[in-house]
Ligand binder design. Sequence first.
Ligand code: C5P
Length: 213
Amino acid sequence: MKFLILSGPTREYIDPVRFISNDSSGKMGKALAQAIIKRKHNVIFITGQAAILPNPSRSIKIVKVISADDMFAALKKNFKTADIIISAAAVSDFKPQTFSKNKIKKDKQILTLKLIKNPDIIAYCGKNKKKQVIAGFALETQNLIKNAQKKLKEKNLDLIIANSKEALGASKNSAHIINSDGKIISIQNSNKNKIADKIINETIKIFRNNKTR
Ligand code: C5P
C-alpha cells in the first residue's frame, strides 16, 4: 500500500529573513511514518521545516518543502498514486499577500501586513479522492469532538483525529479517532507511537472495506 504523509509546520516568508510559522515539531508525522514502515508499506513523506524527521529507510521518500504552496504542489504530484493520505501538517492558514525581496526596514511606527488564504490541502484531497482514504487532524480549543466531526464532513474526509492544543510538540497525547460512520476511538494519555499505530490500522481497515464494497 502507498501512504502519503504531510507533516511539520509550513513557513510563509514575509521578506528574505522573516516568516510566519508555528510550533509543530513533526513528532506525530514521524510516528505515523514509523508505523507504516513497520507494516512494510511505502510512504512518501512531505514535510515542512520540522525539528523531527523519520529515520531514513528504503520504504520512505522524504520530500522537504517550505511553504503551504510548496506542500500543495508536492501533494498534487503524488496524489493519484497514493492509497492513503494523512495530514498531520500544521499548514499555515494564511500567507503574506506580497513578499518583499528586500529586508523590511523598521522606519515606521506601524507596519501592516496583509494576509491571504492558503489552499486547504486536505480539503483538496477530500474533494478529488477516488480510491484514496483521506485522514486529517483537528486541533481544537473548544467543543473538540463536535468541531472535528464538522471538519470531517466539510472536508469530505474518511477519518479525523481530534486533539487539544497540549498535543503540539508533546510526546504524550489524548486523541479521538473519528470516522465518517460516526465511530469514535478515544485514547487517553498515550504516546504518539501508540496513537499512530491505531490511526494506521483504522486507515487500512477503511481502505480494505472500500475495496470490497
Ligand atoms: O481546518 P484545520 O486547519 O483545523 O484542519 C486541520 C486539518 O487540515 C489537518 O489535517 C491539516 O493538516 C489540514 N490542513 C490542510 N491545509 C490547510 C489547513 C489545514 O491540509 N491549509
